[in-house]
Write a protein that binds this ligand. Structure first.
Ligand SMILES: [Zn+2]
Ligand SMILES: [Zn+2]
Length: 347
């Protein structure tokens, strides 16, 4: 089979290798689609190193068909199409026992501790199969849209923690794919004012098409004043930071109304250290929250939304490449020209 092995940052090597051997309980998926994530790009460039075992096969947003199983009691899985929850949690650590499987301390993630999906086939470890990490999707759903279940599930997890409701005012800092998903869910939850701050003109245009959204260019005017004016001088009920620039965390604190929620949704790079006005958090009684990944339940919910056409994500895929064009695909994702970049191994 063909795979794209990342030897070191910026060095992707296309190679032929035997299909992965299956241990008892494992299954093999033939990949149909992979979509690229900002974190894949940061592993590629060497900006993100946490949890990566080199050399690595990146890719954790994917859909495939079960092509081989290791046990007779798995035969019913053969030929089924699956989106995959990419964090294989252990079910026995303290967070897992509390039901917070997204916080598993022994987690193995595709593209990090275990080989990811920039390949023709991928091995799903037995633990993932028994956990229920293989989420069935209907034959009618294009694989590339099924792959979007993963980033959308993460956004949905963070969205639920924002308690957005009918009438909420929501500020979304960053209008990339994650900001777009947050925009869709905020609108769907009934937010009456959704403001998206995004410096790139093409992205502002794409977001405007999502619905009744106020899109602003943070480089043009004072962001804080701008948002306050749009929220009757009060500030947003909820601010969601979707870009990992530490400075945005402080912007979010200044823009959020007293008693509001600041959601640090993005990861903040290697140092992860920034400044926030602690007195503002204290005296304005702000809830500053973080979030990571999602639970199986949330993944099921969003893959259902996508499969049933309840949430139209089809415009999100703006670029498609074959597996042999993986480098070009990553560079496209890196340039930020489109929204989501898909790799379709069979194309
Ligand atoms: Zn992702
Ligand atoms: Zn665990």
């Amino acid at each position: 089979m063909m795979e794209q092995l990342l030897i070191e940052p910026f060095r992707l090597e296309q190679r032929e290798t035997p299909k992965p051997e299956l241990a008892p309980g494992d299954v093999l998926l033939k990949l149909e689609a992979l979509t690229l994530c900002g974190s894949d790009v940061r592993v590629y460039t060497g900006e993100k190193t946490g949890g990566v075992s080199w050399p690595t096969v990146i890719g954790h947003e994917f859909v495939g068909t079960v092509s081989q199983v290791s046990q007779s009691d798995q035969e019913h899985l053969l030929g089924t199409r699956r989106a995959v929850v990419p964090w294989v949690f252990c079910r026995t650590c303290a967070p897992c026992r509390r039901g917070q499987t997204n916080l598993c301390v022994n987690v193995e993630i595709f593209g990090y501790q275990i080989p990811g999906a920039m390949s023709e086939y991928i091995r799903i470890p037995a633990q993932g199969v028994t956990n229920g990490n293989l989420i069935e999707i209907p034959d009618s759903l294009p694989a590339e849209l099924g792959a979007l279940s993963e980033p959308l599930a993460c956004v949905y997890h963070g969205h639920l923690r924002c308690k957005i409701t009918v009438g909420s005012s929501v500020l979304i800092l960053g209008g990339g794919p994650i900001g777009m998903f947050h925009t869709m869910l905020a609108l769907r939850a009934g937010a009456s004012r959704v403001i998206v701050s995004e410096p790139q003109a093409s992205r502002r245009e794409t977001i405007s098409a999502l619905g009744p959204v106020t899109v602003i260019d943070p480089t043009g005017a004072d962001l804080v004043e701008n948002v306050k004016a749009l929220t009757d001088g009060d500030g947003a009920d909820v601010s969601i930071v979707c870009v990992g620039h530490p400075g945005l965390a402080q912007d979010a604190v200044r823009i959020t109304r007293p008693g509001g929620i600041v959601n640090l949704f993005a990861g903040f790079g290697r140092s992860g250290v920034g400044k926030m006005d602690l007195n503002a958090i204290h005296y304005e009684q702000l809830d500053v929250i973080g979030n990571v990944d999602s639970t199986l339940d949330e993944f099921h919910t969003v893959s259902g939304l996508i499969a049933e056409g309840n949430l139209d994500v089809s415009a999100m895929i703006t670029h498609r490449f074959s597996l042999s064009q993986a480098e070009e695909a990553i560079e496209t994702a890196r340039s930020g020209t489109g929204v989501k970049v898909a790799i379709l191994p069979d194309s």
